[in-house]
Design a protein around this ligand. Sequence first.
Ligand code: ZN
Length: 199
Amino acid sequence: MNHLVPKFCSQCGSAKITQRIPAGDDHIRDVCDDCGHIYYFNPKVVVGALPIWQDRILLCKRAIEPRYGKWTLPAGFMEENESLEEGAMRETREEAGARIHQLALYTSISLPDISQVYMLFRAELSDLNYSAGTESLEVQLFTEAEIPWDELAFRTISATLKHYFEDRKHGVFPTYTMTLKHNRSPAPPVTTTQINHDT
Ligand code: ZN
């Protein structure tokens, strides 16, 4: 479970909320014992962008916990009533004071341990007008050699940046679907088995 159990039922005000599997269900839910209301909690979508300017990438230094002072791509929880693209543009505007265009979905990363899904877009930075928003200490363009790999906030961000710099060598950018779990590295990419035809 990755949510706080409600203290009081939002339907009837009762404090008698228990965790159990309702009839016909196969997940443990928070259920109000007085009115029978069942609470459903679903994963959150984190939407963001990898803003590109020529050979450089725009990163934000976090001014909030978790990972205060670490670098990240502009990203945050998707809001209700917006599309993924609108969310990525909004987060880029809010955290980096920047405008982006030509968005292309790049990495979709499931984090089942914390019930989150990241959806990150490659995007062109529209101009060099950027500035730190309230959730950023600073915003800066980095070449590949300048990326502070040890100071990145999240594995989702380092995985996305690694793919990007690798793909940039070939100029081909597929969309990646990944799952990251606690204390486990991502599954290695499928590679072609070497066959020795001489034996
Ligand atoms: Zn109730």
